[in-house]
Ligand binder design. Structure first.
Ligand SMILES: [Zn+2]
Length: 540
C-alpha cells in the first residue's frame, strides 16, 4: 500500500515536469497504474510462470521436444488468461536437437570426469568413443597445411588454452546512478563495408574446420569454454537441414581444457566421449507464439511486447530468456485481468530461433512489416543477421500498424529504464511514461543503442522499438548461455517489478494520442571513414 501511495506522488511530480517540458501527459490514468501495480505485486503469477518454464520444461532449444512443449504450454496459458487470437507463426528453421545424456572423461594418464557439453547440432558418438587427444590450434584455413596427415584417429583440441583471468569485478551487480548515467551517451552509427564479410568468414570457418577434421580422419573435436569457473555453453550453428557437422564435438570447461593441454605436452592423454544426442526432423518449422488484446480503434494499429522463448541447452534457459518470456506473459495476464480496453491493440510475442540469429523476430518483420534484399547474395545462406541489410526496403501493409515494440532480453534483473535505440524524439515521451516508477528504480531513458536481440530488425526499419535497461545481476558473469542458467538466478521481486512496468508502458503506448515517433526508413549509409584504407590483414 505504501508503495502505491509513493507511486501516486511521483506521478503528480511527473505531470508537473511534463507540463514544464511540453510533453503530453501520461495516457494511462493514475488509477489504472495503481491497479496494474496491485495485480502484479499482490496477485502476480510471474514467478510460477518462470519456474514452470525453467524447472519443469527446462532448456528450450528451437525445435527440440522441450521447445515444442513450451510452445503448447505458453499458448494454453495465454488462452486461460483470456487473451484473444492466440496462435503460432511458423517459419522455416531446420533440425531439432537435444541431449539425452553426455559424459566426457579423461581415461589416461588418470581417470577424471570433465565438465563438458556436446556442441549443439553435432552428431552423437556411437557408444563411448575413446581416443588420444592432440592440441592442434586451427584458427583459419591457413593453419590446415601444418596439420595435414597428423590427426587420424584423434580427438582434436582445436584451440590453444588461453590463460586464466584475474576476476576483479563483483560477479553480481546492480546498476548505480553513475552506471545509469553512463548509458545515456549516444554512440553514432558507423558503416564499414568490410565488416559483414569479416563476420561471415568467421562463421563459415566452423564448417570448414569440421570438414577438414573429418577428411583427415579425426574422430571428434573439442573446444575450450570461453568462461572460467567450470562453466560450459555448448552453442553451435549447424541447425539447417544439410548443414549438420560431420564430427561429434564437445566444449570442455576452461580449467579441464587447460589441464588436458598441459598433460598433452608431456605425454599421451586419452579421452572417452559419450554423446547421446538426438535430432528431430518431423517438422523443420519453428513457431513464434502470438497473443492479442484487441484495440477499440481498428485504424490505430497495435503495440507489442516480445521476448524469446527459445534458449541454449546447457542450463534451464531461466535468465535467457525464461525471465523475459514470463514477464511478457505476466504483462498480458495483468492487462487481461484488468479488462483494459485500449485504443490500439496490444500484441504479445514469444520468439523462437533468437539464439540462432534473431530468426523468429526476423520472420515476423519479413512476413508482416517489410522486406529487404540482401546486400551481398553470398551472405544470404548465413541468415538474416548477416544478410537482411540491402535496399530498397519494401514496406508491407502491416508496417503502418506497428506503433511501438518493447523487448525484454537482458537477463532477469529488474527494469531500470529504456534504451531509446537512436529514437531521439521518443526520449521525452518514454521518460514521462516511466515517471511513476522512479520509486521502483526505473526512470532512466538512455540514448545508447543496443543490439543482439529481437528489436534489432524493427529498429533497422526505423520503427519505434526499444530494449529495456535491466540490472545485470550475475547474467554476464555466470548465467548467460551457461549450465548455471537456472531458476536460482532469478529474483522474484525483480520479475514482478518488470511485469508491472511493462504492462503500464504497453498501455501507455496503446492509449497515447499519437503513436510513438518513428525514425526514417533506412536508405544506403555513407562509409563512416572515407579516408581509411582497406585492412590489409586477411582474416583467413
Ligand atoms: Zn541468449
Amino acid at each position: 500500500m505504501a508503495r502505491l501511495q509513493v507511486s501516486g506522488l511521483v506521478l503528480a511530480a511527473g505531470l508537473l515536469a511534463a507540463t514544464a517540458t511540453g510533453a503530453a501527459p501520461a495516457p494511462v490514468d493514475a488509477q489504472t497504474i495503481n491497479q496494474i501495480a496491485d495485480e502484479g505485486f499482490n496477485r502476480g503469477e510471474v514467478v510460477e510462470t518462470a519456474a514452470y518454464l525453467a524447472d519443469r520444461i527446462g532448456g528450450r532449444m528451437t525445435n527440440s521436444p522441450a521447445m515444442r512443449q513450451a510452445e503448447h504450454w505458453t499458448q494454453s496459458r495465454f488462452k486461460a488468461w483470456g487473451l484473444s487470437n492466440v496462435r503460432t507463426q511458423p517459419f522455416e528453421f531446420g533440425r531439432g536437437w537435444w541431449i539425452e545424456a553426455a559424459s566426457v572423461r579423461m581415461v589416461a594418464p588418470r581417470p577424471v570426469t570433465l565438465r563438458a557439453i556436446p556442441i549443439a547440432w553435432t552428431p552423437p558418438t556411437v557408444g563411448p568413443l575413446s581416443a588420444p587427444i592432440v592440441v592442434a590450434p586451427l584458427r583459419s584455413p591457413r593453419d590446415f597445411a601444418a596439420w595435414r596427415g597428423k590427426l587420424k584417429g584423434k580427438i582434436v583440441l582445436t584451440s590453444l588454452p588461453t590463460p586464466p583471468k584475474d576476476e576483479t569485478k563483483a560477479p553480481f551487480e546492480r546498476l548505480s546512478d553513475p552506471d545509469l548515467a553512463k548509458l545515456n551517451t549516444y554512440e553514432e552509427p558507423s558503416f564499414d563495408p568490410e565488416a559483414a564479410g569479416k563476420r561471415a568468414e568467421r562463421q563459415r570457418f566452423r564448417g570448414q574446420l569440421d570438414a577438414f577434421l573429418a577428411a583427415e580422419g579425426a574422430v571428434a573435436q573439442a573446444s575450450m569454454s570461453r568462461s572460467d569457473g567450470g562453466l560450459v555453453h555448448g552453442e553451435g550453428s549447424g541447425y539447417r537441414v544439410g548443414k549438420t557437422p560431420l564430427l561429434p564435438a564437445v566444449e570442455i570447461a576452461a580449467e579441464d581444457y587447460r589441464r588436458l593441454a598441459r598433460l598433452a605436452k608431456v605425454g599421451e592423454v586419452r579421452l572417452e566421449i559419450d554423446s547421446r544426442v538426438h535430432f528431430e526432423d518431423a517438422d523443420t518449422k519453428a513457431n513464434n507464439i502470438l497473443a492479442d488484446i484487441a484495440g477499440s480503434d481498428p485504424k490505430a494499429g497495435y503495440v507489442m511486447a516480445g521476448a524469446h522463448l527459445d534458449s541454449w541447452v546447457a542450463g534451464d534457459g531461466a535468465t535467457d530468456n525464461g525471465a523475459g518470456s514470463a514477464i511478457v506473459m505476466e504483462a498480458a495476464r495483468i492487462l487481461s485481468a484488468l479488462h483494459v480496453k485500449p485504443k490500439r491493440g496490444i500484441r504479445f510475442a514469444l520468439w523462437a530461433g533468437e539464439e540462432q540469429g534473431l530468426l523468429g523476430s526476423f520472420a515476423y518483420v519479413d512476413q508482416y512489416l517489410a522486406t529487404r534484399p540482401s546486400s551481398d547474395p553470398s551472405l544470404a545462406e548465413l541468415g538474416p543477421y548477416y544478410a537482411a541489410d540491402g535496399f530498397p526496403v519494401k514496406t508491407l501493409p502491416g508496417f503502418a500498424e506497428m506503433s511501438g515494440y518493447f523487448n525484454i532480453d537482458n537477463g532477469s534483473g529488474k527494469i531500470r529504464g529504456v534504451f531509446t535505440e537512436g529514437n531521439f524524439a521518443a526520449a521525452p515521451i518514454l521518460k514521462e511514461w516511466l515517471s511513476p516508477f522512479a520509486s521502483l528504480g526505473a526512470s532512466t531513458v538512455a540514448a545508447q543503442p543496443t543490439g543482439s536481440t529481437d528489436h534489432v530488425f524493427m529498429v533497422k526499419l526505423g520503427l519505434p522499438a526499444f530494449q529495456f535497461i535491466q540490472d545485470p545481476l550475475d547474467y554476464g558473469s555466470r548465467t548467460h548461455h551457461t549450465d548455471l542458467d537456472t531458476f536460482d538466478h532469478l529474483r522474484p521481486d525483480d520479475l514482478r517489478q518488470a511485469a508491472v512496468i511493462l504492462a503500464t508502458l504497453l498501455l501507455d503506448a496503446a492509449n497515447s494520442e499519437a503513436p510513438l515517433p518513428r525514425n526514417a526508413l533506412p536508405t544506403p549509409q555513407k562509409v563512416t571513414d572515407p579516408f581509411r584504407y582497406p585492412d590489409p590483414t586477411p582474416t583467413n
